[in-house]
Design a binder for this molecule. Structure first.
Ligand code: ADP
Ligand code: MG
Length: 251
């Protein structure tokens, strides 16, 4: 079976001379649920922005043989690479189902959205099941719980046929129950997608990460299992060093 992967080489992003991402190499395989962690300002969001066409960058980011750098946001999406933002961006006034319909149609014929729906597309039905919102399909997205909105966003990426999912702090602000459900969802999705999860919470990644990449000051500091990186003195230094913020502490 062919296995998808995202391959980032020497990725660099500077803002007015300030190096936010300073030459990152990162390879993420389908089936290997990857967590990207690091102190605030490490460059995690900037890395995701660079790969998805929101921020100019140099180096290379390839998926399925296609160079992503230099592409526009919609071209990156069409190449199979989707992302979520730190704040959920669903259509609050529309139902769960219509949000998914729009996502499913967004990359196809815009007029298909104007046709009366002749039943729920199989991809939308499958996504509803995967994200656990089948019973809430007619609920207005704005009435969903915080966690459910994040799941809907993940569902929107699935129906867009994203094969790479870059998720920026998807469990921030979630309850313990929602976190556990999200962890299971990510595990399921990572079986047949390339998944990179930006996360702070060490308990969460201890439970769900296959591989952890630690970013600090725009560089990859360490990579390995949770146990490997947690025991790495350089990682402890990055989290517990002079600019130590208790919220970033390694448990
Ligand atoms: P993280 O997501 O790891 O917390 P970010 O990628 O958001 O970090 O930010 C990395 C660094 O780049 C920070 O120092 C931040 O202030 C800076 N930065 C991010 N976006 C911009 C921008 N648009 N202009 C200038 N500096 C930026
Ligand atoms: Mg960030």
């Amino acid at each position: 079976m062919r296995q998808d992967y995202l391959e980032i080489r020497d990725l660099r992003v500077t803002f007015d001379g300030f190096v936010a991402v300073g030459g990152v190499d990162l390879t993420v395989l389908q089936g290997d649920l990857r967590f990207l962690i690091g102190p605030n300002g490490a460059g995690k969001t900037t890395l995701v922005d660079a790969v998805t066409g929101l921020t100019p960058a140099t180096g290379s980011a390839k998926f399925d043989g296609v160079e992503l750098l230099g592409k526009k946001v919609h071209q990156v999406a069409r190449a199979g690479v989707g992302r979520t933002f730190q704040t959920a961006s669903v259509f609050e006034e529309l139902s769960v189902l219509v949000n998914l319909d729009i996502a499913a149609g967004a990359l196809r014929n815009p007029f298909s959205l104007l046709r009366a729906r002749r039943g729920v597309p199989a991809s939308v039905e499958a996504a509803l099941e995967t994200i656990g919102l089948a019973h809430l399909r007619d609920r207005r997205a704005g009435e969903l719980a915080h966690g459910q909105k994040q799941w809907l966003e993940i569902g929107m990426l699935l129906v867009q046929d994203a094969r790479v999912l870059l998720l920026d702090e998807p469990v921030a602000g979630m309850s313990a129950d929602e976190r556990a459900q999200t962890g299971e969802l990510l595990r399921t999705v990572a079986r047949d997608h390339v998944v990179v999860v930006v996360e702070h919470d060490m308990e969460f990644l201890r439970a769900y990460a296959d591989t952890v990449t630690v970013l600090a000051a725009g560089q990859v500091l360490a990579q390995g299992s949770y146990a490997d990186v947690q025991a790495d003195p350089r990682v402890q230094e990055a989290y517990l060093g002079p600019a130590h913020d208790p919220a970033d502490e390694v448990a």
